[in-house]
Design a protein around this ligand. Structure first.
Ligand SMILES: *[C@@H]1O[C@H](CO)[C@@H](O)[C@H](O)[C@H]1NC(C)=O
Length: 359
């Protein structure tokens, strides 16, 4: 090769590298896995909290290979000075068996029907078990916890990503064998070689913790093998937030869907939730506790939820319940669409015209 040719080639490849770099560098947090588009059946397991099924078609998207770790969350906080909801409240719920004797003794508040959930002062992501806990040896491998939906949403935005929809989360967790309720092939809650492949609770909760899976509480995000998509730690370990609203009564505060269960859920649903790729619950945007974390997604996606609303149906809603009913409906679908009365629309048009004329 001639020198001049080499120079041209070099500068060409440098140019290419420079062009490719910013695209990559824009995204922060965990490495991502590409999930190909496909159709699959969502839900279908009563004990996991999703008895109904739904046919969903997804376009290709990417999802973080693990939940966001403490080190990754620290990077976000360093750059943005973000304060989590748990910090603002000054306390958070921790499972009693994960606390030191001292902190357990000084924490008197707990959930009435679930006394194992103790309200611990100054429990937040940096001090997951309260004042005498630290993240020493847990920065790189452990998921950030006490995460609220607000915290998760803010992180994903900073990372150049977004929260996954429920469908995207479940689809990624299922892996290539989309029929299985587990991230691995087959119907058994144990992995193919008969070993535990997820961090849930063995024994009788909360009195007995056999830790047959190797972990009493939270585990590292790569403690168990990835599924066939290369995605880790979906079912069990920590609940993960999604961008979908949790269906509730209209008079309730809005809730968001969490997926996958956590380390204190069960294989069979005998106590707490049955842990599968289907497992879901809802909580308010400012709620987080010792077993809630998240991961982010990217790509156009939308998870089969951002279909344009059916015009006929909207008209019927407007006729029966007015603009409020339409707004309420759009909000429940996660749509960003806004609703205007004809006079509001006219005002918008006039304003637009004015600004056009100014130009
Ligand atoms: C946690 O709370 C449960 C329920 O009250 C109780 O049975 C259990 O002994 C407690 N465990 C610890 C370590 O305090």
């Amino acid at each position: 090769m001639q020198l001049s040719e080499l120079l041209v080639w070099l500068s060409f490849s440098l140019l290419l590298a420079a062009w490719a770099e910013p695209v990559k560098a824009k995204r922060k947090g965990p490495a991502q896995r590409k999930i190909p588009g496909r159709s699959f059946t969502m839900g279908g397991d009563e004990l996991s909290g999703a008895p109904g099924t739904k046919q969903v078609s997804l376009e290709a998207y990417s999802i973080d290979e693990t939940p966001v770790t403490n080190a990754q969350f620290r990077e976000f906080v360093k750059e943005t000075k973000y304060r989590t909801d748990a910090e603002k409240y000054g306390w958070s719920f921790v499972l009693n068996s994960s606390l030191s004797k001292e902190v357990l003794a000084e924490s008197e508040q707990h959930i009435q029907d679930a006394p194992q959930w103790v309200a611990v002062l100054n429990a937040w992501w940096r001090h997951p078990e309260g004042r005498d806990s630290s993240l020493k040896d847990r920065w790189k491998d452990y998921p950030a916890v006490h995460m609220s939906w607000n915290d998760a949403t803010a992180f994903c935005k900073w990372a150049g990503k977004r929260l996954p929809t429920e469908a995207e989360w479940e689809n990624a967790a299922r892996g290539k064998k989309k029929e299985s309720l587990y991230p691995w092939e087959g119907k058994d809650f144990l992995g193919p070689d008969g070993r535990w492949m997820m961090n849930i609770w063995q024994g009788l909760f909360p009195f007995e913790n056999l830790a047959e899976d190797g972990y009493h509480g939270i585990s590292p995000v790569k403690a168990f093998p990835a599924n066939s998509y290369g995605v880790f730690s979906t079912v069990g370990n920590v609940w993960e937030w999604t961008s979908d609203p949790f269906p509730g009564r209209p008079d309730e505060e809005e809730k968001w869907i969490l997926k996958g269960g956590s380390f204190l859920d069960s294989a069979t649903g005998d106590f707490n939730h049955k842990a599968t790729v289907v497992t879901r619950m809802g909580n308010t945007a400012d709620s987080g506790s010792y077993n809630t974390g998240f991961r982010c997604a990217s790509g156009k996606g939308g998870g089969g939820r951002k279909r344009p609303p059916d015009q006929k149906m909207l008209e019927k809603l407007a006729e029966e319940g007015g603009i409020e009913a339409v707004q309420e409906y759009l909000k429940s679908t996660g749509s960003n669409a806004q609703v205007f009365t004809p006079s509001e629309l006219q005002k918008k048009r006039d304003k637009l015209k004015e600004s056009m004329e100014e130009l």
